[in-house]
Write a protein that binds this ligand. Structure first.
Ligand code: ADP
Ligand code: MG
Length: 344
């Protein structure tokens, strides 16, 4: 008796799933996924002729982002970074090739910027909590300030070990890890022959190809825009881009206003003072890869307009847009709008 009632629905279902399996691959189109990872919104968008494969690729990208977060987050006690911060002042600690490569790159930018980019900012920086509106008091800041110094990091590139020459030293890769992560995501897309796509993590984006015949339009946010504005109204500048990386550092991402001084306390720290960098409100850097544009946007933010532009103009393949605290926009040589003869 059960036969009649059960057999037909089952066959029906088989037929349906067959239809779905054969129908899905025909869905060529744009696919998109977004998750909160690394304390920020991570998204991937791509064009693919096959829906199932697109889903698989996007899942792979997200898994890679979660892996990087689990290893580099200072907020996860079991991360490799946390372990290094707990132990590297006692004796050289073995680290993964990946962490060694990222620290190596960070040190390179420290050298290039006379210490404006410095992952030991965290020696003081770990005392800031922007959500809880906490900052180090004067005494704490003074006591830790000279522990912000990248020379206190000893990286043995051959042995892949890290040693901190001062027990007060802490490192944080928040100024470089997301750029590294979007490059890793883009590599996954490319391995799967994706020609048009973007991988984004907070202020860092890696753009693959164009948007099928037109450029991707990336907006640089108005630093003091209104929350309710449409995306177009929130943008200070729209850039048509393809095949590039772009990283933006802004003082509006993580901040609070210090009630005593009225000053904006935000997450980009001037290593000379252990306090938030001033003078600039937004920096976007364009270049071939996020592993460079991410640390560079933080670096230029700390250096300010003049020194920041000068650094970018000396680096072939990189450009930047800086919005200063008066709202004026500055472009590097490669982006500067052409000046008409009568404007000179
Ligand atoms: P976002 O994290 O919003 O994308 P940035 O790319 O500018 O912005 O990175 C800011 C992060 O960089 C901070 O949250 C902190 O982890 C780290 N950082 C802050 N100041 C410095 C500095 N002087 N050198 C290196 N890293 C820094
Ligand atoms: Mg950055």
């Amino acid at each position: 008796m059960g036969g009649r009632l059960t057999v037909y629905p089952v066959r029906w279902r088989h037929l349906l799933s067959l239809l779905i399996v054969f129908a899905l691959p025909a869905f060529a189109g744009w696919y998109e996924k977004e998750e909160t990872i690394m304390g920020t919104s991570v998204s991937v968008k791509l064009w693919h002729p096959d829906a199932n494969k697109a889903e698989q690729i996007m899942a792979d990208v997200m898994a890679e982002m979660r892996r990087i977060d689990a290893s580099l987050s200072p907020f996860i006690e079991t991360s490799e970074l946390s372990r290094v911060n707990r132990t590297a002042a006692r004796a050289p600690v073995p680290v993964s090739r990946e962490l060694a490569t990222i620290v190596d790159k960070a040190l390179w930018f420290s050298e290039r910027s006379q210490g404006a980019f410095d992952i030991t900012f965290a020696s003081v920086g770990h005392l800031y909590d922007y959500r809880k509106q906490q900052q180090p008091d004067e005494q704490q800041r003074q006591a830790l300030l000279d522990a912000i110094d990248y020379h206190l990091i000893e990286l043995d590139r051959d042995k892949s070990t890290l040693f901190f020459k001062d027990p007060r030293v802490q490192i944080d890769l928040g100024g470089i890890a997301k750029g590294y992560a979007v490059d890793r995501g883009a590599a996954i897309l490319r391995r799967h022959s994706v020609e048009h796509g973007t991988v984004n993590a907070g202020g860092d984006s890696r753009i693959l190809g164009d948007k099928r015949g037109e450029p991707w339009i990336i907006g640089i946010k108005k630093p003091r825009g209104q929350r309710g504005d449409s995306p177009r109204d929130q943008a200070a500048i729209m850039l048509p881009l393809s095949d590039t990386a772009i990283s933006t550092s802004g003082d509006y991402e993580r901040y609070f206003i210090d009630t005593a001084s009225g000053r904006r306390v935000h997450h980009i720290i001037n290593p000379d003072t252990g306090q938030s960098a001033t003078g600039v409100v937004s920096v976007s850097v364009l270049g071939p890869g996020g592993f460079d544009t991410d640390p560079l946007s933080t670096t230029v933010f700390v250096l300010g307009v003049e020194q920041g532009l000068s650094l970018i103009n000396r680096l072939p393949g990189f450009d930047c847009v800086i919005i200063d605290s008066r709202g004026q926009v500055h472009y590097s040589d490669g982006l500067a709008p052409p000046v008409k003869p009568d404007q000179k």
